[in-house]
Design a protein around this ligand. Structure first.
Ligand SMILES: [Zn+2]
Length: 269
């Protein structure tokens, strides 16, 4: 049971950091959280067969979170044909309007479900994954974060909150306080110095302080920072960790492309 960060950059891909995508592989299948450009290349580099991916959750329809989807679907189909596997399907869960807008590129291999805000109360359960959308504040786009429980067997269960982009709404914070997710994976597009914080507000993104405050407020054990802008290098990157440590006492990591977390080794109890 593992999680691999496929893309940890923001807005546009760079050589070091592709745009957002995380793959979680439990025992039977893998699930993608967002699908930035180049996701299928990083999957190959991580040694994960595209046919192992069965579920894709899209947090919002900004290009950096979705441009990898069409190439991924094409590779999924081609690889299925070459393996003479016909019955494989890719299940996409996305915000309202996404499935109809993507109709032209979706074939009968794809089953696309829109996660409607009216059904916020409910959890979706597929195989080893149980998940739920939580509204994020990210400008005027319909964006949500994902609370997900992964259970590969009865003994081991890990729960994660992945922010996608933006900051948690009140409803999101209220829910996370009740479940106290073990892991928070949060976008940290900006550091929290004055100018950076102002820019974050302008662009409806989160600072490292927003991420660390949320982790503290909801009693998380681990905070992983991702969605790192290419404007930050070297010393700035060290600042991400030290700034987060001022606020959050748990373990803190700065994700890089292809960094891997073995979820069965994560102790949440
Ligand atoms: Zn966005």
């Amino acid at each position: 049971m593992k999680m691999v960060f496929l893309g940890t950059g923001a807005t546009t891909p760079s050589h070091m950091r592709f745009t957002p995508s995380i793959v979680i592989c439990a025992t039977r299948s893998c699930l993608l959280l967002d699908c930035g450009e180049g996701t299928q290349i990083r999957l190959q580099e991580a040694g994960i067969d595209v046919l192992k991916v069965k579920y894709v959750i899209i947090t919002h329809a900004h290009g950096d979170h979705i441009y990898g989807l069409k190439p991924l679907i094409d590779s999924f189909i081609m690889r299925g044909l070459s393996q003479k596997i016909k019955e494989k399907k890719l299940y996409i869960y996305a915000p309202r309007g996404f499935c109809s807008a993507g109709n032209q590129s979706f074939t009968d291999v794809v089953e696309c479900h829109e996660m409607l805000s009216e059904s916020r109360e409910s959890f979706i359960e597929v195989e080893e994954y149980i998940f739920k959308q939580l509204p994020m504040l990210h400008g005027d786009i319909n964006a949500f974060g994902i609370y997900i429980i992964i259970k590969s067997n009865l003994k081991h269960k890990v729960d994660i909150f992945y922010s996608g982009d933006g900051v948690c709404s009140e409803e999101c914070i209220k829910f996370l306080k009740t479940v106290k997710p073990c892991l928070i994976i949060h976008e940290a597009s900006f550091l929290d110095y004055y100018n950076d914080s102002m820019k974050a507000k302008e662009k409806f993104h989160a600072t490292v302080a927003n991420a660390a405050k949320l982790a503290t407020e909801v009693n998380a054990k681990i905070l992983i920072l991702t969605h790192i802008s290419s404007r930050y290098r070297n010393d700035d990157l060290r600042d991400f960790l030290s700034r987060a440590r001022r606020i959050f006492n748990g373990d803190i990591f700065l994700a890089s492309d292809l960094s891997t977390l073995y979820l069965n080794r994560v102790l949440c109890e």
